[in-house]
Design a protein around this ligand. Structure first.
Ligand code: PEP
Ligand code: MN
Length: 352
């Protein structure tokens, strides 16, 4: 259930209700909106709890949450969540663009890509240092060296870094360098990892497992939200179907369907979702038309020689074309695609 506080409820009244909920043996999760505060209540929803909380000071009403996920649900928080880190803003009317190589391969490759995607208007740099590869014989990533290279790219360009963490024991190391922790599709239901990543307080990009339903994705997000970290982006990256003309089937109806269920922003990954360079730009544009709050795109200086996912990576020129197309669609659907990073919005400037 959620305890909806009155518009003018005071901080004392909110603190009082948080204590009352704890006294009932339930867990309060306050969600502070600009309009009003609601407190999601996790635990047993017996009628007597509801009645005794309803008479609390500053309480407007108690509403049961029917969805299995509580904090992620739109019922708990009708205001859309905006995830922000430096120049990257994802959610509500903001369209955030994350771009970069599948894997960090070298300093030269990563820096060249960071410069190019920034010049084309990206707001964050992606790049895997720890790679989840289907085959143990494939390139596994440069690990800490890769993180150091990403940090260099951030220093030079001001772009925040989005990078994957594979296991709970790597979380402290990856969080030392990353601005956004990516939880990969294969790990969507690695619950200890979700908690460990959530506890860092860093924004999280949570990718949908290729066989996960939307409820399962939202319940996975709930593990992160339950750590008190609300900076969560969901990512549709394609699901497994019988279709074989694409690597996965990019389920774009997931975007409006998620928006009907949750306040969390939805990012679309047309690179993994299609697995073919030639399909990426048009599916990116379609994602924006479907209401996506962000895109994550693989870009490489020389896709033919990439150590991973070259077949779905864009050249710098192709990425520029994608941005031009998406800018037109964004305008048509009322989304703001912030111009390229300025010195004032750069992460380096904000941290300094
Ligand atoms: C990636 O982003 O390079 C990646 C491995 O993605 P996914 O987890 O969606 O397969
Ligand atoms: Mn990849």
């Amino acid at each position: 259930m959620i305890v909806v506080m009155k518009r003018g409820a005071t901080p004392d009244q909110i603190a009082h209700m948080i204590r009352r909920i704890e006294e009932e043996g339930l867990r309060p999760v306050p969600l502070y909106g600009t309009e009003r505060t609601v407190i999601a209540v996790i635990g047993d929803e017996r009628g007597e709890h509801r009645q005794s909380l309803a008479s609390g000071p500053g309480v407007e009403e108690i509403i049961p949450i029917l969805a299995p996920y509580k904090v992620a649900s739109l019922e708990a928080k009708p205001e859309r969540t905006v995830v922000q880190v430096g120049p990257l803003r994802v959610g509500n009317s903001h369209l955030g663009i994350i771009a970069g190589p599948c894997s960090v391969e070298s300093e030269a490759q990563t820096l060249a890509t960071a410069r190019a995607v920034k010049a084309a208007g990206a707001h964050a740099l992606r790049g895997g240092a720890f790679k989840p590869r289907t085959s143990p014989y494939s390139f596994q990533g440069l690990k800490e060296k890769g993180l150091e290279i990403l940090a260099l790219a951030r220093e030079e360009t001001g772009l925040p870094i989005v990078t994957e963490v594979l296991t709970p024991s790597d979380v402290p190391l990856v969080a030392k360098y990353a601005d956004v922790l990516q939880i990969g599709a294969r790990n969507m239901q690695n619950y200890r990892l979700l908690e460990a990543a959530g506890e860092t307080g860093k924004p999280i990009l949570l990718k949908r497992g290729p066989a996960a339903t939307l409820d399962e994705l939202l319940l996975a997000a709930e593990y992160i939200l339950n750590t008190g970290n609300y900076q969560v982006m969901l990512c549709e990256r394609g699901i497994r179907t019988f279709e074989d003309h694409t690597r996965y089937t990019l389920s774009l109806s997931a975007v409006p369907a998620l928006h009907e269920r949750t306040h969390l922003p939805v990012v679309v990954d047309p690179s993994h979702g299609t697995g073919h360079t030639s399909l990426v730009a048009r599916m990116a544009a379609a994602a924006v038309a479907a209401g996506a709050d962000g895109l994550i795109i693989e870009v490489h200086p020389d896709p033919e020689h990439a150590l991973s996912d070259g077949f779905q990576s864009l050249t710098f020129q192709q990425f520029e074309e994608l941005m031009a197309l998406c800018r037109r669609v964004a305008e048509a659907v009322g989304k703001t695609l912030e111009p390229a990073t300025t010195p004032e919005t750069s992460l380096v400037a904000q941290v300094a």
